[in-house]
Design a binder for this molecule. Structure first.
Ligand code: ADP
Length: 153
């Protein structure tokens, strides 16, 4: 099983969408293996968004992501990275497909509710960036036999 890293951004916290987003992930069958509320600072955001630090909108990302605490989480499931990216939708919420989290809950390219890792390798890096090993839990999901065929587990 693969793990992926999620941030419920200040737009989700402020707008009271935490429960709606979590409900979607849980109904899908993803297992929460780590979750906590933290305050992001500039240093960790420069690392996390290193690919965007030279873009003109980067200062807005900083202030937006530090506006409130965020909830970070690790979700586990078969092909979890791609499954979650598909559920999250395109970066710009206005063009994200209906049925996706951004497509259903947002109107902004920046205030787009949720971050999700974009590859298996980046998921490992991001999980290590935000979680200590002892903050990730390995427990049995009792619904596993109903969620997957024997060769999918
Ligand atoms: P994604 O979050 O879909 O993986 P990126 O890694 O390209 O997308 O961007 C990271 C975050 O930076 C986006 O989720 C969004 O909050 C913000 N962002 C990206 N592009 C823009 C833009 N053109 N203007 C404002 N904010 C942006």
């Amino acid at each position: 099983m693969e793990q992926t890293f999620i941030i419920l951004k200040p737009s989700a916290i402020t707008r009271g969408l935490v429960g709606d987003v979590l409900l979607r992930f849980q109904r899908k069958g993803l297992q929460i293996t780590g979750m906590k509320m933290i305050k992001l600072d500039e240093a960790i955001l420069r690392e996390h968004y290193a690919h965007l630090v030279d873009r003109p909108f980067f200062p807005w990302i900083l202030s937006s992501m530090m506006a409130t605490p965020v909830i970070v989480m690790v979700l586990k499931g078969k092909d979890a990275v791609n499954v979650v990216r598909t559920m999250v939708g395109a970066t710009n919420s206005r063009v994200a497909a209906p049925g996706t989290i951004r497509g259903d809950f947002g109107m902004s390219g920046q205030e787009n509710i949720v971050h999700a890792s974009d590859s298996h390798d980046n998921a490992l890096i991001e999980i290590n960036r935000f979680f200590k090993p002892e903050e990730i839990f390995d427990y049995t999901l009792t619904t596993i036999d109903a969620l997957y065929a024997p060769d999918e587990k």
